[in-house]
Design a protein around this ligand. Structure first.
Ligand SMILES: Nc1ncnc2c1ncn2[C@@H]1O[C@H](COP(=O)(O)OP(=O)(O)OP(=O)(O)O)[C@@H](O)[C@H]1O
Length: 288
């Protein structure tokens, strides 16, 4: 069977900088999380998968098609939904009119089924009651969900979502997780986020990018297991820990190979595992 997305040594360069450097990935249906620090190359990678940006080198195929060829690119675009990091909304449009406009661009010609689909995706992101509201009058989180609604049009086989949960309140994030988990049963959902708890709640697979390169690609559980036996709660910060921070209880969470004095070993989270991975490649991070 053809993989939904296949990248073979894909790179994208801006001037002398490789924003994405020799990335190889085979992505099948399911929800895949993309983590990485600011500037890691997540948006650049997602833009290439969404056919919004051409690779500078390497081979990329989506649904077995080549986005470098105009006809095949059009076919890919018919079958994918994309939420960019920043959506240029026509702010005078109503929420309904905006999604309807995107639906027209996506070749939904018959008004009856198109309007029904617009209503469906607005409901899916809990904006069913706000279809008549102007985009400029929506809150930031509501606008983010409106951007998501247009990506869901036509239940695409590939959803590329750049920070879909940014600015969403906890209830909306939880609701969105349900929508995406449901979609991931049949479609490939690739999402970038800075929220490790979204990845832990939603994804089986996580790809960690840093400096344009893959630092980890595998199961979320396996990444968390790497941090087992290395997360310690103590009354003091451990000077030898690559990562250490003061928690809300006043105790320090130390990510370290060896037990700091008087420390208590605790279960690792995905955030701990991610920070440990980062700590191994980056300068020591200390937050207090
Ligand atoms: N249009 C551009 N022109 C020049 N450099 C760019 C451009 N877009 C991105 N870059 C550079 O490419 C690198 C990767 O940027 P990218 O936006 O892909 O990272 P990111 O992981 O999405 O970051 P963030 O988490 O901050 O959104 C950065 O060094 C960035 O400065």
């Amino acid at each position: 069977m053809t993989a939904t997305v296949e990248l073979d040594e894909v790179g994208r360069r801006y001037g002398a900088t490789w924003a994405v450097d020799a990335v190889s990935l085979t992505l099948e249906p399911g929800v895949v999380g993309l983590l990485g620090p600011n500037g890691a190359g997540k948006t650049t990678l997602l833009r290439m998968i969404a056919t919004a940006l051409a690779p500078s080198r390497g081979r990329l195929s989506v649904f077995g098609l080549d986005p470098a060829l105009p006809r095949q690119r059009t076919e890919i675009r018919r079958r994918l939904g994309y939420l960019p990091q920043e959506v240029g909304f026509p702010r005078g449009f109503t929420a309904f009119a905006f999604v309807d406009y995107v639906a027209v661009l996506k070749e939904w010609t018959a008004p009856g089924p198109r309007h029904a689909e617009v209503r469906r995706v607005l409901e899916a992101v809990n904006l069913g009651g706000l279809g008549g509201k102007r985009v400029r009058a929506l809150s930031g989180g509501q606008r983010r969900r409106l951007g998501l609604a247009q990506a869901l049009l036509g239940s695409p086989g590939l959803l590329v979502l750049d920070e879909p949960t940014a600015g969403l309140d906890p209830e909306q994030r939880a609701a969105l997780r349900t929508v995406l988990a449901e979609l991931g049963r049949t479609a490939l959902v690739v999402l970038s986020t800075h929220q490790t708890d979204d990845v832990a709640a939603l994804c089986e697979r996580v790809v960690v990018l840093d400096g344009g390169r893959i630092r980890y690609d595998g199961g979320v559980t396996q990444l968390v297991e790497r941090a087992a036996g290395r997360v310690w709660l103590a009354d003091q910060p451990d000077p030898d820990a690559p990562v250490s921070w003061r928690t809300g209880t006043g105790r320090y969470r130390n990510l370290a190979e060896h037990a700091p004095a008087g420390a208590e070993l605790v279960e690792p989270s995905l955030e701990d595992a991610y920070l440990l991975l980062r700590g191994q490649s980056a300068a020591p991070a200390r937050m207090s």
